[in-house]
Design a protein around this ligand. Structure first.
Ligand SMILES: Cc1ncc(COP(=O)(O)O)c(C=O)c1O
Length: 366
């Protein structure tokens, strides 16, 4: 019996979306990005389902997320985007993980442990986050030297190289093209010296959907796989997560009555309002105060006043709804994309915000 918030995860939609991405990238590998607990969807359940659907490469942030997957029985390759400190290197080996290496300085500290591990090298071609710095032609020489220094280390068994697009989902085609071009130039320079670089990858969801010619050996997809392509797409992506919250109280209020903290909403007419058991501590952002709605039987219930820590009040005047019913916060009948725009954020943040401690997750297969 769920008393407050129910998050439904449609695993079949996850594999449906994964298959759509696979079709675009037919001959190569599609890496499923499962960082931040699979963008809030639950990494273990998502990985198990995706592995059954044919996915054989996952990405996570760090060792904690990677070990969680291994201990749940996930066999596929797992790349960690983040750094592992050298004193944890034994776990990289023990759990058969792949470590991202972002610089010669870091690579040396790992190599000094004298433990063989698999690596992918990351190149900073414009994001300025991490990786070997190579934004322009003038950086090529230094970047090539640093790259080769890493490849020459005895204990790091390099199996890939990647970069990350900073603006593939924006109208910045020329910037993304420059990132891609410099990435390829650097790869060519290193290969010219006789090195085999293994898997080359650069595209995230937007990169894959927008630039079909820049997919290389693998693509790393997150948000589109969860049902929210970050750019317009003809493909039928389906939302994987739906959120429902319970009606816990209904009352009639009078003209002039204020609603919630700060009384930022005052009734202009007699109304019936309902208190819904979801608030900012559950993952429903406080910025939705007075400017969002929930859905019940195709009817919009406007949010009234400020979102509280665990409760949000909505207008149910004239609606046949009772305590114990569930309203949709987002899902089939309410677009998460539009919600995100309303408070100037992105779907990624709204998905990852759902609190595992306070809400109940149900995993559904059709
Ligand atoms: C390095 C890297 N690759 C791929 C992705 C997946 O991006 P998206 O969710 O936009 O597909 C991310 C996510 O931010 C990332 O950090």
């Amino acid at each position: 019996m769920i008393d407050r918030v129910k998050v439904l995860i449609h695993l079949d939609n996850l594999s449906h979306n994964y298959n759509l991405l696979n079709k675009i990238h037919h001959q190569k590998r599609v890496m499923a990005v499962l960082k931040a607990d699979a963008y809030g969807h639950g990494a273990i359940e998502s990985a198990k389902h995706l592995e059954k659907s044919g996915c054989d490469f996952f990405a996570v942030t760090d060792l904690i997320e990677a070990i969680e997957l291994r201990e749940a029985g996930i066999q596929s390759d797992i790349l960690m985007f983040g750094k592992t400190s050298p004193n944890n290197i034994e776990n990289i080996k023990k759990y058969n993980l792949t470590q991202t290496v972002d610089s010669y300085e870091y690579a040396k500290t790992l190599n000094a442990c004298e433990i063989e591990i698999k690596t992918h090298i990351v190149i900073d071609t414009g994001m300025s986050r991490f990786g070997i710095y190579c934004h322009q032609e003038k950086d090529l020489l230094k970047a090539t030297d640093e790259f080769i220094d890493i490849l020459s280390l005895t204990y790091l068994k390099n199996q890939g190289v990647y970069t990350h697009f900073a603006a593939a989902d924006e109208d910045q085609e020329s910037f993304t093209k420059d990132q891609y071009d410099i990435f390829i130039e650097l790869i060519k320079a290193v290969e010219f010296k006789g090195f085999n670089l293994g898997l080359k990858h650069c595209s995230n969801s937007a990169g894959l959907l927008k630039y079909g010619d820049r997919q290389l050996d693998m693509v790393r997809t997150g948000i589109a796989m969860y049902g929210y392509p970050p750019i317009k797409s003809e493909l039928n992506f389906l939302p994987v997560m739906e959120v429902f919250a319970k009606v816990i109280s209904i009352r009639d209020i009078e003209i002039g009555d204020g609603v919630s903290y700060g009384l930022t909403y005052a009734a202009k007419k007699p109304m019936r309002i309902a208190s819904i058991a979801i608030g900012y501590a559950d993952g429903y952002n406080r910025l939705f105060s007075n400017q969002d709605y929930f859905v019940y039987n195709k009817t919009k219930l406007n949010v009234l006043g400020r979102v509280c820590m665990g409760v949000t009040m909505v207008d149910v005047t004239g609606v046949d709804i009772s305590v114990g019913d569930f309203v949709e916060v987002f899902g089939q009948n309410k677009s998460l994309d539009k919600m995100a725009k309303k408070i100037d954020t992105i779907t990624y943040e709204l998905l990852t915000n759902m609190s595992k401690k306070r809400v109940v997750f149900e995993y559904k297969k059709a």
